[in-house]
Design a protein around this ligand. Structure first.
Ligand SMILES: Cc1cc2nc3c(=O)[nH]c(=O)nc-3n(C[C@H](O)[C@H](O)[C@H](O)COP(=O)(O)OP(=O)(O)OC[C@H]3O[C@@H](n4cnc5c(N)ncnc54)[C@H](O)[C@@H]3O)c2cc1C
Ligand SMILES: *[C@@H]1O[C@H](CO)[C@@H](O)[C@H](O)[C@H]1NC(C)=O
Ligand SMILES: *[C@@H]1O[C@H](CO)[C@@H](O)[C@H](O)[C@H]1NC(C)=O
Ligand SMILES: *[C@@H]1O[C@H](CO)[C@@H](O)[C@H](O)[C@H]1NC(C)=O
Ligand SMILES: *[C@@H]1O[C@H](CO)[C@@H](O)[C@H](O)[C@H]1NC(C)=O
Length: 527
């Protein structure tokens, strides 16, 4: 989530100097592509003939983080159904040295997760339809759709699905990471609402995973990532929707104490399951430009009193909040917060939202630590032009796990429980312009989030979040890191707890005995 600063855009853009020369695809990879082309009827765009074609270059280059565009895929495959994906895997199985990547919306910043240098890129862009079931209780979502596509398609029926908060994020990647939605306190996490995965396994078999067929795989997919199979269709619950209230307000740094206190209080005294916020603070190196941007949401045409009173009392610098279609809100959020053309990393950390007043002190201290850390990058920042840091507070009040439990009694991998109190899913994005900043950006994002966790543990050892169930022993519950905000080196699956992790490893082995996905495609690993 970022907004390019005008000053920065004018003064500091330097010509792109590629330090890392992308590899030339191997003859073997090109041969694999030729065989895929011969055995399927799908469009294949192979390097080098296709490298200037719009389809190939769009698939290769259109990523939220430009770092993913560094690689040169041997070819891009555009399947139109599950059978095409199955055939592609059959061919890949005959070329053990050739890597591949599955791409849906291209929003995941981790380089190489949905992009490949020298391998086969499987783009889901042709698998992007949204269809209602005949009883209208479910929707079938193609992974290549964006949330604004899916939501716009369902709106004429006064229905929607539990999905992303910025409209241009992809359905596929968000759902395999479980997801967080504006609608989650009412209806649970996006993955809680999935009733069936049509999925292509490592041996190229197409199966359904649901509560009755392949139920172990069904459970593993609820936050398990891309190491179990390639999903070609998600069947999800539909829910009613009408006009919604929301948008983005920006604020100066001067009102930080009020905003941070209101964010803590919103999480602890969560006023209404129809309400949601994302609080973000953006700063450039040397404090050149700093502002808060808060994404507001209320699932209803008008905002009832008592929901955002504390926020409404804070003077804003800009305000796009209004009553609108849900799809319009998601599109506007994407325009504001999803800026292309930069390199990004995103790193997450889950901390308890402590009860006030200690909780307010914690939220403020983490903010101050972040700002002083970001400002102290001055000289280094100027040498690597263009660093923008965004610090993100995502409230996860106990209303969310309570809704998950109602919607999805079988559970998801995150194992959140309302008994364990309120949490804050924190994240930082660092964005920059050229490969010159790569090493520093990874280190800086890591240090910022490590500081959050370290400070929280040191200052409030053993303290539980607000609304933690009284009398419950501290049972070693470890809050998971949210996969969709995690950086490549973060141990997301391990963070789901030892028991879940051990079960997941067995399921992965059962469905992929030869280790096809672990050895051939990047993602969060079970090792
Ligand atoms: C601006 C912005 C806003 C965001 N907002 C939200 C939000 O509101 N809620 C939220 O939960 N997350 C959010 N995210 C995080 C986002 O969900 C993740 O980055 C997600 O991975 C993106 O999905 P994608 O399809 O766009 O990504 P891609 O980069 O195409 O894919 C991401 C990962 O999923 C895998 N994958 C993709 N499709 C499939 C498939 N069909 N089968 C198996 N594996 C697959 C890829 O291999 C890759 O590892 C946001 C991210 C950004 C940058
Ligand atoms: C959707 O809701 C509007 C407003 O309540 C109503 O006029 C319209 O008929 C509804 N559409 C459908 C398909 O139910
Ligand atoms: C916290 O939120 C609750 C519920 O919205 C509200 O009643 C209360 O006044 C708030 N407290 C502060 C200090 O803002
Ligand atoms: C989980 O496993 C790790 C690594 O094997 C071990 O260090 C840790 O103590 C285990 N945690 C629990 C709660 O059993
Ligand atoms: C592929 O793997 C699945 C799951 O392990 C198995 O049920 C199926 O029989 C396998 N198909 C073939 C053709 O081996």
């Amino acid at each position: 989530m970022s907004k390019i600063n005008k000053v920065l855009a004018v003064c500091c853009i330097v010509p792109y100097i590629p330090l890392v020369v992308a590899g030339i695809p191997s003859a073997r990879a090109i041969q694999c592509c030729t065989e895929i082309a011969a055995k399927t009827h799908v469009t294949i765009q192979s390097w080098p003939i296709s490298q200037y074609s719009a389809e190939y270059s769009n698939a290769k280059s259109h990523y939220w983080s430009n770092a993913n565009a560094d690689g040169t895929p041997a070819c891009v495959v555009f399947p139109t159904n599950a059978q095409d994906v199955s055939t592609t895997i059959q061919v890949l199985l005959r070329y053990p040295g050739v890597g591949f990547a599955t791409k849906s919306g291209g929003h995941n910043p981790n380089a190489g997760f949905a992009s490949t240098d020298g391998g086969v890129l499987i783009s889901m862009s042709q698998l992007s339809s949204t269809m209602l079931s005949t009883d209208r209780k479910q929707a079938h979502l193609g992974p290549g759709a964006t949330w604004q596509d899916a939501v716009s398609a369902l709106e004429p029926y006064n229905l929607t699905v539990v999905g992303g908060r910025l409209g241009d994020v992809g359905v596929g990647g968000l759902l395999v990471g479980c997801g967080l939605s504006f609608l989650s306190a009412q209806y649970g996490l996006p993955c809680d609402n999935i009733n069936n995965y049509e999925i292509v396994l490592s041996n190229s078999t197409i199966v359904n995973a649901n509560a009755f067929e392949n139920p172990d795989l069904f459970w593993a997919m609820k936050g398990g990532g891309n190491q179990f199979g390639i999903v070609t269709k998600f069947t999800v619950n539909t829910i009613p929707i009408g006009l919604v209230w929301g948008g983005v307000r920006t604020y100066t740094r001067a009102v930080a104490p009020q905003i941070l206190a209101a964010t803590q209080n919103f999480t602890e005294c969560f006023p209404d399951p129809r309400a949601a916020i994302i609080t973000t603070f953006q700063t450039l190196v040397n404090n050149l430009d700093q502002f808060f941007a808060i994404f507001f949401f209320y699932n209803g045409p008008t905002l009832p009193p008592g929901v955002f009173d504390a926020f409404n009392a804070i003077p804003s610098s800009s305000d796009s909040v209004k009553t609108q279609w849900y799809s319009s809100l998601l599109i506007a959020n994407a325009k504001f917060g999803s800026i292309f053309g930069l390199r990004y990393v995103l790193r997450g950390a889950t901390i308890p939202n402590l009860p006030a007043p200690k909780g307010t002190d914690l939220v403020v201290a983490n903010f101050n630590n972040f700002v002083s850390y970001a400002s102290s990058r001055g000289l280094a920042g100027l040498l690597q032009p263009g660093f923008i840091f965004i610090f993100i507070y995502q409230p996860v009040p106990i209303a969310i796990p309570a809704a998950s439990a109602r919607v999805n009694p079988l559970g998801n991998l995150l194992g959140l429980s309302p008994d364990n109190g309120d949490h804050m899913w924190m994240a930082v994005t660092v964005s920059w312009l050229t490969t010159l900043g790569d090493t520093d950006a990874y280190r800086i994002a890591t240090e910022i989030m490590d500081n959050v966790v370290k400070y929280t543990k040191q200052t409030c050892p053993g303290v539980q979040g607000s609304n933690f169930k009284a009398g419950l022993p501290d049972d070693g519950y470890k809050p998971p890191i949210f996969m969709n905000d995690a950086m490549a080196d973060q141990k997301v699956l391990q963070g789901y707890g030892n028991e879940t992790y051990a079960k997941l490893k067995n399921i992965q082995k059962a469905y992929d005995p030869t280790g096809f996905f672990p050895s051939r495609t990047n993602g969060f690993k079970l090792t």
